[in-house]
Design a protein around this ligand. Structure first.
Ligand code: 9MR
Ligand code: 9MR
Length: 606
């Protein structure tokens, strides 16, 4: 067989010692033939020679790497190996440098299709209230329903700060939805961005996951499987809405001025006042106390409680229910109408109670506290406007500073970009020039992300002096914006940026590990998860394929494993594949959602 050698270069004579230590890191899944292909090797000095070898050890291509120099993100000098010119489909390829071979990889079209499906299947695994059935997930991952009849009352009494909560005179049936992460909390704030990401993927390509394409109990209902999974969460969010006419006593207004040394997230809340809470959404339903690991959801011994409504949760409901109202129209008109009513009620309730913030003061669940909800107001107004075309929502959009400010990657506390994406992509009443301006703002953000690739050795579209909790999701949310920039411009450089992001997540990183379970020779295995806790109890399974670790975190190294690494790791190396490491290696719905979005985007070459 003829084999083309597309680059010929002399081998370097010198062999720096560090090159002996680590093999080149690359996307352990592989590449589509036409995509850029890059490996990174941690080695100082002059350009180092590399070869591309096949499974039989034959050299198919060779070249010299490009030295990047010292890389602050990984804490090492690195060189970049570009073998994009090699396009021949095949399996078992490796990149070798000084006798050290990378993990094997594949080159073929459609390489991201299984990842998109598995990243989506994660959400079925996370379903609360229903059994996870062996016929869909296999016996290994099947489990009985967790919290199957979740009729929850409001938290009452003293919280961890000593604040006294009066509670409420009702209970809500909040069965269902997705567990947030490795814990069993169900949070409206984080549910919102996760659900939005799903529905946005559907809105971009409604035919991509037709009925029967996934293994779901809803197969055969003739609705998109993506919509079916999304509906699980939408129905739950609707259940979290406070009945009309309910008066509740909650802290109202901005938090008190910070005391010396007090962190912003820990600020003392405002004084309690009584509000008309009808139409608001409770922040979360969760355990009264943290449960230990492992803890399959059906064994959870804790009392489940509703935690006080917040403006942020209410606007998450308004935004996603507005999406629901336009996307289920024609699929299930009754459901669409129910969503629209809920969205309008939530919007009105948030306007009435614009400053009700989470207090981050309860045991047993995460805070998801956010003291700036101007972005949530903008997001909800944008979704409601796209759905209804009504002037009041347009006025709120126009009045918001988020309509014109620079775009950044979204996250659960910063949701403005979600509204802008909707206004820039969903047909709506905005004048064409304004839609163009919003698209240009997304492209400008994508350009900044591409410029960031020069600022780190592994060439990812992300630069930060410190990596935040869930950094992999920050990167993937940037990749989503790069994908949209490609959609708007068809410029290949944006697809290349998306590839740079997914390559990092799937192994092109200084740890040489794929952060997605089941994807790669050395993939994450021990997430912080109460059911996928094999390393603590051999009778329990590890993670199913397609689950994303939060990733390196050099800012809030609060768990025992992270605490020991603190101050000793470069940002990209502050990570461990350890079930105890909840600040580094938890999984979460708002992290798997952009993994899904990006994998589905990569699989939709148009
Ligand atoms: O297991 C919890 C994880 O899901 C959360 O993300 C994390 C941060 O809120 O907290 C974890 O729970 C720990 C708690 O915060 C402190 N005590 C030990 C808990 C279990 O590891
Ligand atoms: O993703 C959240 C991150 O931005 C916060 O810094 C962190 C600490 O408050 O909490 C993360 O969210 C966790 C949530 O509070 C509880 N479920 C697991 C989430 C992921 O770790």
């Amino acid at each position: 067989m003829m084999r083309a050698i597309f680059t010929v270069a002399a081998f370097a004579l010198a062999m720096p010692a560090s090159a002996q230590e680590r093999a080149p890191a690359l996307n352990q899944l592989g590449f589509e033939p036409g995509d850029p292909k890059v490996a990174i090797v941690a080695v100082a000095g002059d350009p180092i020679a590399w070869t591309l070898v096949d499974a039989g050890g034959h050299t198919l291509a060779r070249g010299k790497a490009q030295p990047y120099g010292d890389d602050p993100a990984s804490g090492e000098p690195v060189q970049r190996i570009d073998f994009s010119g090699f396009r021949t489909p095949g399996t078992g390829y490796r990149i070798a440098v000084n006798g050290r071979s990378s993990d094997p990889f594949e080159i073929r079209d459609g390489i991201y299709a299984p990842l998109a499906k598995d990243a989506l299947a994660f959400f079925y695994h996370q379903r609360a209230g229903v059994p996870i059935e062996a016929r869909f997930v296999g016996a290994n991952w099947a489990r009985p329903a967790g919290h199957p009849h979740e009729i929850a009352k409001c938290f009452a009494g003293a919280d961890q700060r000593g604040l006294q909560w009066p509670g409420c005179d009702y209970a809500l049936d909040v069965t269902g939805g997705w567990y947030d992460a490795g814990d069993h909390g169900k949070y409206v704030v984080n549910g919102g961005i996760s659900l939005w990401t799903f529905l946005n993927a559907y809105e971009r390509r409604p035919a991509a996951f037709p009925d029967g394409s996934l293994k779901l109990p809803e197969a055969g209902n003739r609705a998109s499987d993506l919509l079916d999974e999304a509906r699980t969460e939408m129905e739950f969010l609707l259940r979290m809405q406070v009945p009309d006419g309910k008066q509740l006593s909650v802290p109202v207004g901005p938090s008190k001025p910070l005391k010396p040394g007090q962190a912003r997230w820990n600020a003392d809340p405002a004084d309690f006042a009584t509000i008309n809470a009808g139409g608001m959404a409770h922040q979360k339903v969760a355990d009264r106390h943290w449960t230990k690991l492992p803890m399959p959801p059906q064994d959870d011994p804790e009392e489940r409680l509703l935690y006080p409504p917040t403006t942020a949760a209410t606007l998450n409901l308004a935004a996603t229910a507005a999406q629901c109202a336009r996307l289920w129209r024609g699929v299930d008109d009754g459901f669409a109408a129910r969503c629209l009513k809920a969205a309008q009620r939530a919007w009105a309730a948030a306007r009435r109670n614009p400053e009700v913030y989470a207090t981050n003061s309860f045991d047993g669940s995460g805070g998801y506290g956010d003291s700036d909800v101007s972005d949530e107001f903008y997001w909800a107004a944008a979704e409601l406007y796209a759905t209804t075309g009504e002037g009041a929502y347009l006025a709120a959009v126009r009045a918001s500073p988020h309509f014109t400010t620079e775009i950044r990657e979204p996250g659960w506390p910063s949701t403005a970009t979600l509204g802008t994406i909707t206004l820039a992509t969903v047909p709506n009443g905005l004048p064409g020039v304004e839609v163009k301006r919003l698209r240009a703002a997304i492209v400008a953000a994508a350009n900044r992300f591409l410029a960031d690739e020069a600022g780190n050795g592994y060439r990812i579209p992300y630069v930060a002096a410190n990596y935040p909790w869930g950094s992999n999701s920050s990167l993937l949310n940037r990749a989503m914006l790069l994908g949209l920039a490609y959609d708007f411009t068809r410029d290949a450089k944006y697809r290349a940026g998306v590839i740079d992001a997914i390559d990092y997540v799937l192994g092109r990183n200084p740890i040489g590990t794929s952060f997605v379970s089941g994807y790669g020779t050395r993939a994450m295995q021990n997430p912080h998860h109460r059911f996928w806790a094999h390393s603590m109890d051999s009778k329990l399974p590890g993670p199913p394929p397609g689950v994303l670790s939060g990733g390196p975190n050099s800012t809030a190294m609060s768990d025992d494993v992270a605490a020991k690494m603190k101050g000793k790791c470069a940002p990209q190396k502050c990570w461990a594949d350890d079930i105890r490491a909840y600040a580094l290696n938890e999984v979460a719905i708002n992290w798997n959602a952009p993994l899904f979005w990006v994998a589905a985007w990569l699989d939709s070459r148009t």
